[in-house]
Design a protein around this ligand. Structure first.
Ligand code: UGA
Length: 474
């Protein structure tokens, strides 16, 4: 495997080309020892998208202020600490705070003032209806409508429903008409394609940059902001706002569909004793299909795919359409999670007060995020069958989830495996590769393993006397 972080710039202090747009060279940056053709940028929101964007743009040479209104988070950020687990982000933050290109503030109006581009990266979670909760965006829109000047450019980075840019433009226009009759700032849709766990790598190695808007100068400014300092020039797709918004949803729904397909196939392969990993490998060699996102697992989840597929299906419904594929992908995911849980329960059937040890809680490796984690859903089902569940995750913990589901938290793999009847691998943490299976087997009451990420070669486990169940892997 290649090192996913090898293309992250190792040093800062970049100087260089002239600003393509003639955008003003930042005076504060100039005083740091050499002209930096940076743009003055404001990023609203210090979550994982906002922070990666703010630190990444600062690394490019822009002067960035990131607005975070949560006081506790802000206190953490100004010290250069990241309040969640995301590889490489803390280093990037610290370096750019030290070179004074990145700062933090609780004050949106003051921070947005005189910034050429204002990126909105606030949360757009799923509401109870399954559609997008626009609360945070609405609040920001209200504040920006009094804080901005007409020549500034607003950029929507948050994943926001198709039509959000038009809605924001109208909102700003109404307010500007009342304020001084001037034209409102341009609104650009610039969705992100960052994966949690490799968000910093993805920021510096984008496969494409999507910029939607109706003002060519604004589009050119945002293109420049992304291009400056980028080692590998990615294609920039310029389009209108609605198309840019749809590209984001279509991408995530398609990714969920692809994973859903391989997971469902793994169930059929399981019945037929066909190795799904070989099938996926050969399928992926066809460039029309592609090898990525064909890794079977316990189901797809996280803070993005589930909410985005739900918004997409909901939007279609609002327009009188049924997205049959999206619905089937959601149903198939639920069924797959249930199948993984049932497979596990079958291995402990007949055991007296069975104990199952779960390796992993995060929705995937590289993050401590447990939102819509398939691991949690499997655990929920195991607990519903009245089984004792212990959980070990090297990064993730979730006291609310623990309270809800009633599982035990372990601090080590040794603690997890002691007298366990079965283990289940739910998150593909690389440290699990180093498990000493003989030692683990000796500590367990019965040697059963459900490898829901197909992490281990079945033969190796069988040699240690384990009953091994993969997902379509034997
Ligand atoms: C996803 C997209 O991949 C990003 O491009 C997008 O920017 C992001 O959502 C977002 O909208 O912000 P992320 O939620 O971080 O990124 O996670 P993914 O890497 O897409 O994984 C999603 C789920 O699918 C996880 O549960 C993961 O374990 C599972 N998965 C992924 C598989 O089971 N198999 C695979 O081959 C790939």
């Amino acid at each position: 495997m290649t090192d996913p972080h090898s293309d992250i710039p190792a040093t800062t202090g970049r100087t260089g080309k002239e600003n393509l747009l003639g955008a003003k060279i930042d005076d504060s940056a100039k005083s740091l020892g050499g002209p930096i053709p940076g743009v003055r940028v404001c990023v609203i929101g210090g979550g994982y998208v906002g922070l990666v964007t703010a630190a990444g743009l600062a690394e490019f040479g822009h002067n960035v202020v990131c607005v975070e209104k949560d006081e506790q988070k802000l206190r953490t950020l100004v010290k250069g600490k990241v309040p969640f687990y995301e590889p490489e982000l803390e280093r990037l933050l610290k370096e750019n705070i030290a070179n004074k290109r990145l700062s933090f503030s609780p004050d949106l109006s003051e921070s947005a003032e005189k910034r050429q581009a204002v990126f909105i990266a606030v949360g757009t979670p799923q509401s109870l209806t399954g559609r997008t909760d626009m609360g945070a965006l609405e609040l920001v829109a209200d504040q920006l409508s009094v804080a901005l000047e007409p020549e500034q450019v607003v950029v929507i980075k948050s994943t926001a429903p198709v039509g959000t840019a038009a809605w924001l433009r109208n909102r700003l226009q109404e307010s500007f008409a009342k304020r001084n009759g001037s034209k409102a700032p341009s609104v650009i849709s610039n969705p992100e394609f960052l994966r949690e766990g490799s968000a910093v790598y993805d920021f510096f190695n984008p496969q494409r940059i999507v910029i939607g808007g109706d003002n060519s100068a604004a589009i050119e400014l945002i293109s420049h902001i992304h291009r400056l300092g980028m080692k590998k020039q990615a294609p920039i797709v310029t389009t209108n706002n609605e198309t840019a918004e749809m590209i984001k949803y279509a991408s995530n729904v398609f990714l969920a569909t692809k994973i859903g397909f391989i997971n469902e196939l793994s169930g059929l392969c399981d019945h037929l004793s066909v190795n799904v990993m070989e099938v996926a490998r050969a399928m992926g060699m066809d460039t029309r299909i592609g090898g990525e996102f064909l890794q079977p697992g316990p189901g797809w989840g996280g803070s993005c795919l589930p909410k985005d597929i739900s918004e997409y299906a909901g939007l279609a419904q609002e327009h009188g359409l049924t997205m049959h594929i999206a619905q089937a992908v959601q149903d198939a995911n639920r069924a797959h999670i249930a199948w993984v849980a049932n497979k596990t329960l079958a291995l402990v059937e007949g055991a007296n007060k069975p104990i199952i040890g779960a390796l992993g809680l995060a929705f995937k490796a590289g993050t401590n995020d447990t939102r819509h984690s398939p691991a949690a859903e499997v655990i929920r089902r195991l607990r519903a069958a009245d089984v004792t569940v212990r959980v070990y995750d090297p990064q993730a913990s979730d006291p609310v989830l623990q309270q809800q589901l009633g599982y035990e938290v372990c601090e080590s793999i040794d603690e997890l495996t002691e007298q366990a009847d079965c283990l289940i691998v739910l998150t593909e943490w690389s440290e699990f590769q180093f498990i000493d299976w003989e030692r683990v087997g000796q500590a367990m009451r019965s040697r059963n393993l459900v490898d829901a990420r197909n992490l281990f070669p079945p033969e190796a486990l069988k040699r240690h006397g384990f009953t091994y169940e993969g997902v379509g892997q034997f």
